[in-house]
Design a protein. Structure first.
Length: 225
């Protein structure tokens, strides 16, 4: 199984509440130190728990939302190429790997979060290498700013893209526009997550919303390019 590749961390300031912009904005007060976990809820690696540092800025997609999303994507995941532009704890990308994606690329700009992602990715590589059905899958962690990464490389079409950016960063619309410049395969699926209290950004031309739902403070959408 392919090993992960690091990338340069882009320069950037802090978010509105003093958080690093590469983090996921927390909806609850952060824990002081310690370690939590995410759990893979479906696929070949179902039930596996991965440690996640408890700190301000990490907001893994909940089990409830992931279950709905991957039900929507059930026919798309096997053999797909997946890109997670704001990986955070890696819940979406690792779930896609477990369910049969052929390639998963996780981008994260915060150095400490990217390091934790790489450690968990290595754990999963070892597990996948022993699984005949998943052994050829590729899992890559990139330490970079998603917008800059997309701008400085030749487009590589992906079948599925996950967009769950920090709630305090206005990057969702910019990332959608960048993706529309050759990064999406025909009929690609793009997942977008945003605060329920705010409207979704205008999508690029020829994108259509296929599914939409609200869970608590989160609105999540599946668009088709």
């Amino acid at each position: 199984m392919a090993t992960g590749r690091g990338g340069k961390r882009s320069a950037g300031g802090t978010g509105a509440a003093g958080r690093q912009p590469g983090h996921k904005a927390s909806r609850t007060p952060p824990a002081r130190g310690g370690t939590g976990h995410i759990r893979i809820i479906g696929g070949r690696l179902r039930g596996r728990r991965l440690p996640v540092r408890q700190q301000a800025g990490l907001r893994p997609t909940t089990d409830r939302v992931r279950e709905t999303l991957f039900n929507w994507l059930a026919a798309d995941i096997p053999g797909s190429r997946c890109l997670d532009c704001f990986a955070g704890a890696g819940a979406l990308g690792f779930e896609a790997l477990s369910r049969g994606a052929a390639e998963v690329v996780l981008i994260e700009r915060a150095a400490r979060v990217a390091a934790d992602l790489s450690a968990n990715a290595q754990t999963l590589r070892a597990a996948v290498a022993r699984d005949d059905l998943l052994a050829q899958a590729r899992l890559e962690v990139v330490h970079a700013h998603a917008l800059q990464w997309l701008a400085t490389r030749p487009p590589r079409p992906f079948d599925i893209v996950f967009l769950d950016p920090p709630f305090d960063d206005a990057v969702l619309a910019q990332t959608c526009q960048r993706l529309s410049q050759g990064w999406l395969a025909p009929a690609a699926a793009v997942y977008l997550e945003a605060p329920a209290s705010a409207p979704m950004p205008a999508l690029p031309e020829h994108w259509q919303i296929a599914r939409e739902r609200t869970a608590g403070q989160v609105r999540f959408v599946l668009a088709r390019a």
